[in-house]
Unconditional design. Sequence first.
Length: 340
Amino acid sequence: MSEKVLLTGISGFIAKHVAIELLNSGYEVLGTVRDINSIEITKKTLEENNASTEKLSFVELDLLKDDGWDKAAEGCKYIIHVASPFPLKVSNDRESLTPAAKDGTLRVLNAGINADVEHIVKTSSIVCMYRKPNRTNPYTFGENDWTDLEWDKTTDYFVSKTRAEIAAWELMESKGIKNKLTCINPGFVLGDFLNEKSCTSMEYVKQLLQGKYPAAPKFSVMISHVKDIAKAHVLSLNNKKAEGRRLIVGSGVRSILELSKIMAENIPSHAKKLPKKELPNFMVKLISYVDSSAKNLVPDLGLRMQTNSTYAEEILEMKFIEPEISVIDAAKSVIKLNLA
């Protein structure tokens, strides 16, 4: 069997970085795309970012359909499942994203089980860990914590990611192969946006740089550099210590205002447009009725979350990049792409 990896959602923000890491580490990569028209731009972007694409191929597959997954997994030694919906807007239907996230995950994992792959790495998120009622402030969460799906303030993205990760672990445990799965749980993913393809992380950075926010919501989150996340996925493929683990990948918690200040200090051309004060919580709640993208922030306003990711650094034998570098890289790449 070759060192072949099935990589889902290869045209996405995180997955493009995973593809670069895999290809430059000598793996053969079969990348899945939902739309065949995204293949050329994805390949071109990878080549422009110094990825060797000799061992790269593509297949058109849909997370909402069974067709083709078993065939794609045949002959693969590993699977990295990155693809999952993360829209900027929040739906009133809390389960709206669940079919693509949860059912898609089960399709990918079952294909891997049928093909007897050696290991599967799934991109999860800390949103599966920290949302629940009656939290202390600051609130500390870790690998054994789960978001409360019964809480009515758990929005669609949080529900979909949590249901998908729970389903993944339950499936692997039911087959007696929990050790064949690793979940990577990043925070707010920043770093280099490699092309103009929009994603939610990029939209938030763009909106800050464009001056959409005269003041910043009192929202804090763990920051993760996309290159760390890519590296963590690849290092988990053949790592006994990572088997059956949820790895929190990120280096520190920062508020939106702190991120704005970092951008202003390092990108003076956009300093005037960046928020310099915080918005009262009630204002954010009011805005959320008009702009649904703010709904994801409301349950955590004013809350300082904290976690310890050093165990993941030890397992992966790497040091995570500081939040300051993550946000500067993100802002500079948005400007380089002429998006702000």
